[in-house]
Design a protein. Structure first.
Length: 395
C-alpha cells in the first residue's frame, strides 16, 4: 500500500489532476465573489517604503471595509466644500527666502500646552473602525510623534478615562453640547477628571446627516433606528437629526460654569462669528467646516482664514483644519493667521494602514515637511511666519 501511495505522488496524471483543479478553482465564480473588483490586489508596501503623507490612504483603502473607508473619506452632499478645501491651497503661493539661522524652531504654546510643533490631532469619531485599539492607539502614536496633542471626540469608541492614561501626550476633549445643559455635566466632569487640558465645543453640525448610507435608507423606505424621540423623527420626514438646533451664544456661558479649563469654539468660518466668540469669552477660535462634512457649498477654511485672523486680532489663538495634506499646507495656514493646525483624515489613514506606528510616521512626515518648508522659505521660527510669505489668488 505504501508503494502505491508513493507511485501516486509522482504520477503524471496526479499532477495533471492538481493542475486541472487549480485552474477550475481560479476560474470559479465562488473565488471571484470573494474579491472586491474595485480594489487593487497588488502587494501592500512596508511602512518604511512610504515617503509622503499621501502614501497612507491607498494602503488604508486596501485594508478597510468599504463602509469604514467611506466614513472617513466622504464629504457632504456633492462634496463641493471638501474639494474646495483642497483647491484653496493651490490658490496660495509660497515665496522662497534665505534663512537667518541654521536652526529651525517649531515649538509653540497654545492655551498653556507646550508643543514641539504647531500640530494637533482633530477630534474624529469611532476610531475602532480603523484599528482594534482605536483612540488608545492614536493617542500612543501622537505621544511617540513628539508628544503631539490630541483632541478626543465625544463619539470616542473608548471612554476618556481609558484613553488619557494610555500615553503621556496632552489630551483635549471635544463636546457636542446637549440642550439640557445639566446633561453635559457628566461628560465634562469625566473629561476634566481624566486630565483633558481644554474643552472644544463644536457648533457646525446642527443638523448632521451621513448621507451615503442615509440616502439608501430613505429611498428604500427602510426604517431608521435612532436614539431620538418619536416627536423628533415625526417632525422631519427626511429623518435628519434636529437635536442640536438650539445652539446660541448664551450656551457658552452655561457651559463655562461646568468647565475649569480653557474652552474653544470649533466650526467658525466667518469674521463676524470670530468677533462674537472673543466677545463671549471663548479662549480660542477653531476655524473648521468639519472637513467638508457639514454644510455643502460653504467656503473653504483657508480662504476665510485671513479675515478671521484680522477679526481676532491676536486676542486668542486660532486653530485651523480642513484640507491639510502636506507640510507646505501647514505653512500656508500659519502664514495666513493660524496659530496651529489640526489633522483629521491624515492620522486616520495612518492608523488604518499600519496601526499606531503608521499614524506616528504620518505625523512625523508632516512635521519634517513643515520644517523643510520653513527652511526653504527662510522662516526659521513660528513668529517669523506671516502674510509676507505668501501670495493669494482666492476667487
Amino acid at each position: 500500500m505504501a508503494g502505491a501511495d508513493s507511485r501516486w505522488k509522482v504520477r503524471a496524471d496526479r499532477r495533471a489532476a492538481i493542475r486541472s483543479f487549480a485552474a477550475a478553482l481560479a476560474g470559479s465564480p465562488l473565488l471571484r465573489g470573494q474579491q472586491d473588483p474595485f480594489r487593487d490586489h497588488s502587494r501592500v508596501p512596508r511602512l518604511d517604503e512610504l515617503k509622503t503623507p499621501l502614501d497612507f490612504e491607498p494602503v488604508a483603502f486596501a485594508k478597510l471595509t468599504r463602509y469604514n473607508y467611506d466614513y472617513t473619506a466622504y464629504g457632504s452632499d456633492g462634496e463641493f466644500t471638501m474639494r474646495r478645501n483642497r483647491e484653496a491651497f493651490d490658490w496660495v503661493r509660497l515665496l522662497p527666502g534665505v534663512a537667518t539661522s541654521g536652526t529651525v524652531n517649531t515649538a509653540t504654546e497654545i492655551l498653556g500646552v507646550k508643543m514641539e510643533y504647531p500640530i494637533l490631532i482633530s477630534p474624529t469619531a469611532a476610531q475602532v473602525q480603523l484599528h482594534p485599539d482605536g483612540e488608545i492607539a492614536m493617542h500612543q502614536a501622537a505621544a511617540a510623534a513628539s508628544n503631539t496633542p490630541m483632541i478626543l471626540s465625544t463619539n470616542t469608541s473608548i471612554p476618556v478615562d481609558k484613553v488619557v492614561p494610555a500615553a503621556p501626550s496632552p489630551m483635549w476633549f471635544q463636546l457636542y453640547a446637549r440642550e439640557d445643559m445639566e446633561s453635559n455635566r457628566d461628560a465634562l466632569d469625566r473629561a476634566q477628571e481624566a486630565g483633558c487640558k481644554a474643552i472644544v465645543v463644536t457648533i457646525d453640525q446642527q443638523a448632521p446627516v451621513y448621507e451615503r448610507a442615509q440616502h439608501d435608507r430613505n429611498l428604500s423606505g427602510t426604517p431608521v433606528v435612532r436614539r431620538v424621540s418619536t416627536r423628533q423623527v415625526a417632525a422631519n420626514p427626511y429623518r435628519i437629526q434636529e437635536t442640536r438646533m438650539f445652539y446660541n451664544w448664551g450656551m457658552f456661558a452655561q457651559l463655562r460654569a461646568m468647565i475649569k479649563v480653557p474652552m474653544v469654539i470649533k466650526g467658525v468660518i466667518s469674521a463676524e462669528d470670530a468677533k462674537l466668540a472673543v466677545e463671549h469669552g471663548l479662549d480660542a477660535v477653531y476655524v473648521s467646516n468639519h472637513g467638508g462634512r457639514g454644510l455643502d457649498y460653504s467656503p473653504s477654511t483657508l480662504e476665510v482664514l485671513p479675515e478671521i485672523a484680522e477679526a481676532v486680532g491676536g486676542r486668542v489663538p486660532i486653530l485651523f483644519d480642513s484640507g491639510i495634506r502636506r507640510g507646505t499646507d501647514i505653512l500656508k495656514a500659519l502664514a495666513l493667521g493660524a496659530s496651529a493646525v489640526c489633522l483629521g483624515r491624515m492620522p486616520r489613514w495612518g492608523l488604518a494602514a499600519y496601526g499606531p506606528q503608521g499614524a506616528q510616521k504620518m505625523l512625523e512626515l508632516m512635521q519634517a515637511e513643515l520644517k523643510q518648508a520653513m527652511m526653504a522659505t527662510g522662516r526659521p521660527t513660528l513668529p517669523s511666519i506671516n502674510r509676507s510669505l505668501v501670495r493669494t489668488d482666492f476667487p
